[in-house]
Design a protein around this ligand. Structure first.
Ligand code: GCU
Length: 426
């Protein structure tokens, strides 16, 4: 369910989201900057016991693990560590893809707990002539075949499960504008994408087809307050993509970036927080539950996002409906978990639902963690103008237009990646 609105529309809008629960009060959305109440963010560089954090060692050994624990137990859920067997089957390989400049490969990942097996299809493009390519990893929403008009790209099993038959949203190439494959390859990068439904189908009632169903305790009838849900599963799946990529000698395993849009922008941040193999973490239009500060009451609220079904967040997060100020953290602290790796937040002007200013401030207030490493965050609490990207160790841009991933976004992500991967880029 999408709900986008420009600030020009009514200051307070009541949404009727068919797939959400919660009172009318919880569904009030503010689009008036002058009505954003004052808020105080929880201290980033202070331990739970009140000690100031002034060194990298304190950050890495104490504060960072504390924050990871808080996000696990109150928001995204705990990621289980039980082993799931994974095997890879290369289904196709085309060394002359994209007019001959890339090699495409489709790989079936088979996940098994010994009694049940699920599969996911990974589509990889590698630039020909690059010995070890830096990579982008990112989920697509409508199937690998939706990212290109190439008719050899296969439909995945879960795509067949969730698609609406005959609906144009599900046709081959329908999201190709979101995947600037030519630019990515021309700039010497590879890319690996998978349909997010393959890991956790984003439709109510499909959990049996998600990787969550492979883990011990699934279906026991009771879920713990920190039981992982869709975002946790998608983040886990991103790491499994990296597990595959590191088996490929054509991939530069030290230069892997993750890019996620919208709900996948939320999942990319959570993946990047947990898996430090992602050396650049990019969140595009991730909004509430992603880069946007929860305490800033503008656009989508915590009550709305955490009521979407199937659940994206753990059950414990529901306790904070309408009580954002009681959260033991805020999203700047999630962004800070990427330090010292590079993080980039992108917003769109017409995507007020995602609160572009809140996304900027989330990134801005992560700065002190970067400063511990002598790295550069965003320069001021005032967001830059449209089309004025900032590319420090924390990066940000806001572009004109709606909630989407565009070529403008990709060119900025590539510039940011060049900047951070340049030293070894060959
Ligand atoms: C909805 C949801 C957002 C989410 C978006 C998306 O609009 O409210 O939180 O980011 O869907 O993923 O497209």
């Amino acid at each position: 369910m999408k709900a986008f609105c420009k600030p020009l529309c009514a200051a307070m809008v009541l949404l009727s989201l068919a797939s959400t629960r919660g009172s009318a009060q919880q569904r009030e959305v503010n689009y008036d900057e002058s009505k954003v109440p004052a808020y105080t963010l929880p201290a980033l560089l202070q331990t739970e016991s009140g000690q100031p954090v002034t060194t990298v060692a304190q950050w890495e050994q104490q504060r960072r693990p504390e924050l990871l624990g808080l996000f696990s137990s109150h928001m995204y859920g705990r990621t289980p560590t039980d082993p799931i067997a994974v095997s890879y089957e290369v289904l196709t390989e085309n060394p002359r893809a994209l007019g001959g400049k890339a090699t495409s490969r489709q790989v079936k990942l088979l996940f098994s707990n010994g009694t049940k097996t699920l599969e996911a299809l990974l589509l990889v493009y590698l630039p020909n002539g690059v010995k070890k390519a830096p990579m982008f990893v990112g989920y697509n929403f409508k199937g690998n075949h939706s990212t290109t008009l190439d008719t050899t790209i296969l439909y995945s099993r879960n795509f067949m499960l969730v698609r609406e038959q005959g609906h144009p949203d599900w046709e081959r190439g329908c999201q190709a504008t979101r995947w600037s494959y030519d630019d990515i390859i021309d700039r010497g990068y590879g890319i690996a994408t998978m349909c997010y439904h393959d890991i956790f189908p984003d439709q109510p009632g499909r959990k049996d087809h998600s990787i969550v169903s492979l883990f011990p305790g699934y279906g026991a009838g009771h879920e713990a307050p920190d039981a992982w849900q869709a975002i946790g599963a998608w983040a886990w799946g991103s790491s499994r993509i990296v597990d595959y990529l590191v088996t490929d000698p054509r991939v530069d395993t030290a230069r892997i970036a993750i890019m996620g849009h919208s709900r996948q922008g939320k999942a990319a941040l959570w993946a990047g927080a947990q898996d430090t193999r992602f050396k650049i973490v990019i969140s595009n239009d991730s909004g509430e539950g992603g880069a946007a500060l929860s305490r800033r009451k503008y656009g989508e609220t915590l009550a709305i996002v955490s009521s979407i079904q199937p659940a994206w967040f753990c059950p414990a997060f529901d306790a904070y409906h309408g009580r954002e100020e009681d959260l033991p953290f805020d999203q700047h602290q999630l962004l800070a978990l990427m330090a010292p790796r590079a993080v980039y937040v992108a917003s769109a002007e017409d995507d007020q639902w995602a609160d572009p200013k809140g996304e900027y401030l989330g990134a801005y207030h992560a700065g002190p963690a970067y400063a511990l490493y002598g790295l550069r965050g965003l320069p001021s609490a005032t967001p830059p103008a449209i089309h004025q990207p900032i590319m420090h160790d924390i990066g940000y841009h806001i572009r004109a237009g709606k909630h989407d991933v565009t070529r403008y976004d990709w060119l900025a992500f590539l510039d940011f990646a060049d900047k951070h991967f340049k030293a070894t880029h060959k």
